[in-house]
Design a protein around this ligand. Structure first.
Ligand code: NAD
Length: 377
């Protein structure tokens, strides 16, 4: 696609997250052209198409996927639909970005990555927080040696989204037994967090985790009245990495605090960095840095070039991070750049989610396979 000026984009799913994050991202990037929007609820697609100037509206995802003007498909629908819609896009020879998680089982996600590679199409997982300017700065400090050898990585993704039992829970997997613990925060939040920590510390070697249900009765979207449902709303975990680094992780959607509630702390032999992605005091995130000879953490202000044009730390976080994600993604496709945050990375994250669930059930450390299953662009 080298030399092509604009990428034709089709978005499937026209609700809250598409409105807050994906569609503002495409609208703001001049190299993307919003061709089509699809939702099974036609009014939603029509409403957002009008708001974001999208030319075509569909209610059948297959029609959007097969539209010749759509070169890249964006899957922004509920979890259970991510895999089938992504596979349909791959089969049609379209580049595809999916919201997380791609699949409940890592093997399905690895298979999707393999199929995309075989079809010669590019993939991206919507791991929002990799596109935080503060997190990307920490990654640069790891890669250029500023932090030295990495000893410890701490990752949190927690906020109080579902603390109030009368706030309806979404995304309960079809067919789940409501009387047995249903992995939930570790799936919805953990898929991000495990990817972020892996990006910084390298491949996981072993993990051990504890999953828990704290709020036993709550409203569930699509059901009348309070429901008894054993969803996992908090997970704490330890990790060992192939590099020898250690990790401490927590996911929770009942921990009091603001969105998105992501915190990344990296401690190395030459320095330490803390990114706090919590909307507080009117800013989306903060970054702090310390060195062995100046152990008091100091605040780092990044240059304006770290932010997508037209955004600042005062831009709402979903828009700030997705505008960044989308410009990287569109450039990867149009300029044939190396892929980052692909379906393969989604599969590796899911593999670790699955290992933590197994660890909890079997009350033991679980080793992760070290080999790279596929080399995916
Ligand atoms: N990356 C992040 O930080 C982040 C944050 C919030 C939400 N999300 C994810 O984004 C996705 C969308 O979130 P949301 O809150 O907008 O969900 P939602 O359930 O409110 O909306 C999804 C929309 O998809 C439509 N839809 C469902 N199946 C469809 C199909 N087969 N074809 C066309 N349309 C279909 C629904 O009608 C609905 O309008 C979810 O997977 C969610 O987990 C990610």
């Amino acid at each position: 696609m080298s030399g092509q000026q604009r990428l034709g984009v089709g978005v499937i799913g026209a609700h809250a997250w598409a409105e807050q994050a994906h569609l503002p991202g495409y609208r703001a990037y001049e190299r993307a052209e919003l061709v089509a929007l699809c939702d099974t609820v036609p009014e939603r697609a029509q409403h957002l198409a009008q708001m974001f100037g999208v030319r075509k509206v569909y209610t059948d995802a297959a029609e959007l996927i097969n539209d010749p003007e759509v070169q890249m498909v964006d899957v922004c629908t509920p979890t259970d639909t991510h895999l089938p819609l992504s596979l349909a896009a791959i089969a049609a020879g379209k580049h595809v970005i999916s919201e997380k998680p791609l699949a409940h089982d890592a093997q399905d996600a690895f298979e999707a990555a393999r199929l995309a590679q075989a079809a010669g199409v590019r993939t991206k997982l919507g791991f929002t927080f990799r596109y935080s300017p503060a997190v990307r700065q920490i990654k640069r400090w790891i890669d250029d040696g500023t932090l030295g050898e990495i000893f410890h990585v701490h990752g949190l993704e927690q906020n109080s989204q579902f603390l109030d039992p009368s706030y309806p829970l979404r995304q309960v997997p079809a067919g789940a037994d409501w009387n047995a613990l249903i992995p939930s925060s570790i799936v919805g939040y953990g898929s991000h967090l495990l990817d972020l920590v892996r990006w910084c510390a390298g491949e996981y070697k072993s993990v051990i985790g504890s999953l828990h249900n704290y709020v036993p009765e709550r409203l569930v979207r699509g059901y009348e009245g309070m429901q008894r449902i054993m969803v996992e709303d908090g997970t704490a975990a330890l990790a060992e990495f192939v590099s020898g680094a250690q990790g401490i992780l927590q996911t929770s959607y009942i921990a009091v605090g603001n969105y998105p509630g992501v915190e990344l702390r990296v401690y190395g032999s030459r320095g330490a960095a803390v990114a706090r992605l919590v909307e507080e005091g009117g800013v989306a995130e903060t970054l702090h840095f310390a060195t062995p000879d100046q152990v008091e953490f100091r605040k780092i202000d990044l240059p304006s070039t770290a932010y997508p044009p037209g955004t600042t730390l005062h831009t709402p976080w979903p828009e700030l991070y997705y505008r960044n994600l989308i410009r990287y993604w569109v450039d990867e496709i149009l300029d044939e750049l190396p892929g980052e945050c692909t379906f393969y990375d989604g599969a590796k994250s899911q593999q670790t989610v699955n290992a933590l669930v197994q660890s909890h059930r079997e009350r033991r450390w679980i080793d992760l396979p070290p080999e790279r299953e596929a080399s995916v662009p």
